[in-house]
Ligand binder design. Structure first.
Ligand code: PAF
Length: 284
C-alpha cells in the first residue's frame, strides 16, 4: 500500500492507474477509522480496480468553538486497518499541503448547505464541499463512497457533483451500527461511559418511528413529536434538532407522510454532537 503525503505523489499514482486503464474508487475520511469506514472501503474494492483512501481532518469544516483539536486521531492504526483491507493508496496530506497559503476559493451548495445541520454548524458543509471537490481534483476517481449516516452531507455532495458536472459517481453506503444500534462514528470514542450508554436512545427512537410509519398513516409533525418524547426519556440527551424531510430533496413535509421520508437527528451528549438518520417508506 502506497502512503502519499503530497499532491504530487498522488497525481503520479492516479495517472499511472489511469494509464493502465484501471478504475479508481475514492473513500474520503477524517481517519480514526471504524467498521463504517471499512464498509465504504469494501464496496469501493468490490466495484473498482484501485482504491484510494484519504485521511485528512479538514479544518475548514469545523467552527471556531468546535472539536477540531480534540477530534480523535490514530494514523498508525488506520494505516494497519487499510493495509489489511487491501487498499492501494492512502493520501494523508497536512493542512498546509491541502490549502496553499492565500487559498480563497470555496464551493457551496447554497440552499442545501444552510438548512438542518447547516444551521447548527454554519459553514460546515461549505468546508466539506470545498475539500471534497479538491480531493476529486487531486485523486480523479470514477466513484466516491460516503456513508448514509451523514445523510445531509451525502445529499450536498450529490448536488455539488450534479450542479458542477463533476465526472464522478457518488455511492451512498447504508449506516453501519454497533450491536446496540448506535450508528458508528469516530465521535463515539469521545463519549463518556454514561453518555455512551444513553446514546442508544437515538437508534431506538428511529426504529420505533419507522415501525409507526410503516404500519399507520401518520403526519410528519406527529412523528417528530413521538421521536422527541422518546429521546427526552434520556436525561443526558440534549436535542439540537429533529426533522422529518422529503428523502430526496430534504424539503419539509407537511401533513400525512405519503412519500419516502428521512428522519434526521442531531443530539448532543455533553460536548459531543451525534447525528443519526433513518429513511422510511410510508406504509398505511
Ligand atoms: O465525512 C467525513 O468524514 C468528512 O466530512 C469528509 C467527507 C471526509 C470531508 O472532510
Amino acid at each position: 500500500m502506497q502512503i502519499c503525503e503530497t499532491k504530487l505523489d498522488i497525481y503520479a499514482l492516479q495517472a499511472g492507474y489511469r494509464k493502465n486503464g484501471h478504475t479508481i474508487g475514492l473513500v474520503p475520511t477524517m481517519g480514526f477509522l471504524h467498521d463504517g469506514h471499512m464498509e465504504l472501503v469494501r464496496q469501493a474494492r468490490a466495484a473498482c480496480d484501485r482504491v484510494i483512501v484519504t485521511i485528512f481532518v479538514n479544518p475548514t469544516q469545523f467552527g471556531a468553538n468546535e472539536d477540531l483539536s480534540s477530534y480523535p486521531r490514530d494514523l498508525e492504526r488506520d494505516i494497519a486497518m487499510l493495509k489489511a483491507e487491501g487498499v492501494d493508496a492512502v493520501f494523508t496530506p497536512s493542512p498546509q499541503e491541502m490549502y496553499v497559503r492565500g487559498s480563497e476559493t470555496i464551493i457551496e451548495a447554497t440552499r442545501l448547505s444552510r438548512i438542518l445541520i447547516g444551521r447548527i454548524r454554519p459553514g460546515h458543509f461549505r468546508g466539506v464541499t470545498t475539500v471534497v471537490a479538491k480531493l476529486f481534483n487531486i485523486c480523479q476517481p470514477d466513484r466516491a463512497y460516503f456513508g448514509e449516516k451523514d445523510y445531509q452531507q451525502l445529499q450536498v455532495i450529490k448536488r455539488m457533483v450534479r450542479d458542477l458536472d463533476m465526472p464522478v459517481e457518488i455511492c451512498g453506503v447504508p449506516t453501519v451500527r454497533e450491536a446496540d444500534g448506535l450508528a458508528m462514528s469516530s465521535r463515539n470514542a469521545m463519549l463518556g461511559t454514561k453518555e455512551r450508554r444513553g446514546s442508544v436512545i437515538l437508534s431506538q427512537a428511529l426504529f420505533s418511528a419507522e415501525d409507526i410509519c410503516l404500519t399507520t398513516s401518520v403526519t410528519a409533525q406527529k412523528l417528530t413529536k413521538f421521536i422527541r418524547s422518546q429521546i427526552e426519556t434520556e436525561p443526558l440527551a440534549q436535542i439540537r434538532s429533529i426533522d422529518i424531510r422529503d428523502a430526496a430533496t430534504l424539503a419539509p413535509l407537511r401533513g400525512k407522510i405519503n412519500r419516502p421520508a428521512v428522519a434526521l437527528l442531531a443530539v448532543s451528549f455533553g460536548d459531543v454532537l451525534l447525528i443519526d438518520q433513518r429513511t422510511f417508506k410510508h406504509g398505511a
